[in-house]
Design a binder for this molecule. Sequence first.
Ligand code: SAJ
Length: 436
Amino acid sequence: MGTCGQTMRKKLITKFETLDAQVAVIGLGYVGLPLAVTFAKAGYSVIGIDVDENKVAAVNRAESYIGDVASADLSELVSAGSLRATTDYATLAGCDAVSICVPTPLRKTGDPDMSYILSAATEASRYLHAGMVVVLESTTFPGTTTEVVLPALQNGSGASSNKLQIGQDFFLAFSPERVDPGRTDWTTENTPKVIGGVTADCLEVASVYYGQAIESVVPVSSPDAAEMVKLFENTFRAVNIALANELLLMCDKLELDAWEVLEAAATKPFGFMKFTPGPGLGGHCIPVDPQYLSWKLRTLEYTARFIELATEVNTEMPRYWVQAVQDALNEAGKPVKGSRVLVLGVAYKKNVGDLRESPALDIIHLLRGKGACVDYHDPFVPTLQLEDSQYASVDDLTKSLQTCDCAVITTDHSTYDWDQIRTCAKLIVDTRHALG
Ligand code: SAJ
């Protein structure tokens, strides 16, 4: 590297070390907003960039729309001028660092939709300048940072007009988000942060950038390794959740109580990690992230068998539970058709209001397909858009429990009074073992 490159690197590192840096976060969702707040709390001057004007306005009004971010924290940071939001990418021209936290959804065809990452990288490339570090956080297949983001930055007007060199004038890394929505023990600040740089100097610059705000940084050898770390973490969960679901299916055949087996297995103080059966796999991470890995491996003519099998088992669970409802109603001499079924909890997991990929929605759809009259209750989800119809959470839970033919526990929110549910409902199918 020429002396100017070293100088650039040192200048940038000094800016981060002295917190005299203007940083930007692109994408103010459940990853980006907490990250922006964490950076601002650490002392950086932060610009949050989002295409959604409502999000931008809410941040500038210090009104949080993310459960893990308190409006009081926003208020303090916004009034101190440490954090502001905008839709204007041109603000990047004055930034020393930018973290990209945009979604990476899957297309219906099962391949990753890179449009959000490409759009953010292309915008960033227009304002790329000497002395700038870019960190991609969006969960994606190994190779995205080096094969998609780096070319977008290098071919942008910023790099071309200033003849910027990677690792000398600008720096690029990947650092996966590890946010667990609704969690308070492990936060953005204290969850170890894996970082992989395109070059050693990229790694160093990105590590200092993040290291001022996050307690521990875990360097790895490349962005590809960091991308793979994230996918492996979530594939690990998806596969083990599928194994727990298959335990349920196997115990059914063996007429054993899966939960008794599971609880007893969990007493093993080493070499075992408890996962639980459920209604299926929800959220926009665990069901989705492993598919990036299997998609990438398919392009390399390899089948990621555990991912494919886990997907098969997990996606079968809503049908399994609808059959359980049908069997329970049958035992009570009632056909599914025309029976009133109350679904308790529609969010994808307890104590959140997020519906993305929620298996409860599949269960409702399947029950409706069999002619059941389905209502739902969820304290975190007041209204629900299903098959172009709008539904509202029932307002009198006791009455709905007493009048339904079968109640299905699909999300075990902590706010539920399980004794009330056990007492009021004549028939219960419990997908979460919430009643013990
Ligand atoms: N689930 C089970 N059985 C289990 C655990 C979970 O059926 O034993 C279900 C849940 O009900 C939910 C789905 O799987 O529908 C995903 O659950 P999750 O606990 O993984 O929740 P997420 O997707 O909100 O958060 C996860 C993070 N969770 C944990 O580490 C506990 C973490 O894997 C990632 O940081 C995050 O996804 C992400 O953004 O990737």
